[in-house]
Design a protein around this ligand. Sequence first.
Ligand code: COA
Length: 372
Amino acid sequence: MTQKGLEEVVAAETRLSDVDGVNGRLWYVGYDVHDLATSSTFEEVVYLLHTLRLPTEAELDELSDRLVAEREVSPFLAGMMPTLAQQTSPMSMLRTGVSAASAYDPDGWEDTPEANERKAMRLIAKTPTLIALYHRMRTDQEAVPPNPKLPHAANFLYMLSGEEPDQEDAVALDTTLILYADHTMNASTFTARVIASTLADMFSAITGAIAALKGPLHGGANEESMKMLEEVGDPSNAERYVKDKLARRERIMGFGHRVYKTEDPRATHLRRLSQELGERKGDPRWFEISAEIERVVASEKGLHPNVDFYAASVYRHLGIPTDLMTPVFALARMPGWTAHVREQYADNRLIRPESEYVGPRDQVYVPIAQRG
Ligand code: COA
């Protein structure tokens, strides 16, 4: 029997993350995401996902230094950016940029475990630079070189806006990156693992993952959520908006999940961040609209917000343009994708499922000249 959407099909063994969809729990390498979101940093989570243990201070410093040293993109990539900034959407730029990053990679076509670990770190380090560079160019602003003194999250905000973020904003972004870093066999990670299972290279696998993330049913949902908040405009409009949409049998973006049947544990933190940022910046409107939409969707459909819903208002407060919200998801997911690719290579078998044929059988071939 066809398992449409591969629901509940176990496609791989992993030591990276685990979800309990009934109780709304998520772990990376056995560590509760609540503990990581409140006590850890993105760099620490990168280390965890790639070595399957938490680092010592010295190990974390070493990893952070490596990431800082790899932030600059090659002249080849920088040279492509004016065209990409003019001609492509942000996710298309990222898909093309990551694919093009294989050119001039110091490890070339070497595919040893060590070379793949280095490629993974380069992709993690360079993705924020690609996104910021793209944004500066499309808005006719000078590119802002990476600041080696700033951690990953703070440096991204710095390269995007040209201003060093305050500590609270930097921590807020860092927390969202931790929450997005990995999530079992989601569509983009599965795509990456399918490509890796053919023994294609790391850049090909991650390019495919980005393509899968682009769609509104996956990573694109945070952007769609932001557009919805803008359309609603005021908490008092939320009830009518949601009811109308549901009456037209349209989906409410940022709600529902294949695995979680209760609150997505990541949404708990993002809701808190959305509220805190709104209060701190004197603009609680986005949180209030979000909370009202959440209330109506719960009462009308019994659906919970997923990771993307409150991420939208958080990113708005951090000055991230709506169409860069999915690319930010990608930069956050990079450690998860690359760790899954390495895990796939380490114990590989070609992923090749079956299909169930439902078309006509035993058709008689009629030569083209005799077809009516
Ligand atoms: N808005 C309205 N109805 C929704 C919904 C949403 N966001 N998500 C699910 N539903 C409804 C479906 O219409 C369907 O109802 P029906 O049986 O009456 O037709 C039912 O819930 C099951 O939906 P289905 O599409 O089979 O579930 P799924 O497991 O394939 O979908 C998602 C998971 C994430 C694709 C889905 O919830 C969705 O489209 N959400 C919006 C996009 C989004 O936020 N994506 C980010 C995910 S992290």
